[in-house]
Design a protein. Structure first.
Length: 163
């Protein structure tokens, strides 16, 4: 046996796909084919078993066992399975809604913080030139007061010369 080849050969039937990169993980699965696969004696791994359980395949197999034993009719089993699926979809949609709300709130908070930072930076930029102009005006005001004193003294001297 070649070490690079698959242990069991090529896969015979594709039951579904699993994508863990989405939140929550997306699973597409053919329930009927999976139940048939389990009834033919397949033994899923722990990971596959949890995925099958999450999608209701194990429940459907259990209900089919009850139908074979005569405890349930096929219609009763379908009603129970459909009720479970509806409840599961409701929980899943609620979880997705909560995740979307949390993501939107986080986004709004981030935008508010960015706006606040931008306003602070703008205020700092506007405050810095005003301080510079105030500082540059203060020495000028001292010079202006000295100049005004000199001009007043000059005007007094001119009046004295004329008079």
């Amino acid at each position: 046996m070649d070490s690079r080849s698959k242990r069991d050969g090529r896969f015979i039937e594709k039951l579904g796909t699993y994508d863990p990169n989405t939140n929550p993980a997306s699973i597409t699965l053919s329930v009927e084919n999976s139940v048939k696969w389990l009834e033919n004696g397949a033994q899923p791994t722990d990971t596959a078993r949890s995925i099958l359980s999450r999608k209701g395949v194990l429940l459907k197999k259990h209900l089919n066992g009850g139908v074979l034993k005569g405890a349930l009719t096929q219609e009763q089993a379908e009603v129970k399975f459909q009720a479970w699926v509806d409840e599961k979809e409701l929980k899943s949609s609620n979880k997705k809604d909560e995740l979307l709300k949390a993501r939107d709130k986080e986004r709004e908070d981030r935008i508010a913080k960015e706006k606040e930072k931008a306003e602070e930076q703008k205020a700092k930029r506007n405050a810095a030139p005003q301080e510079e102009t105030a500082e540059s005006q203060e020495p000028n005001s001292e010079q202006d007061s000295q100049n005004s004193q000199e001009t007043s003294e000059d005007s007094k001297e001119e009046e004295n010369k004329e008079g």
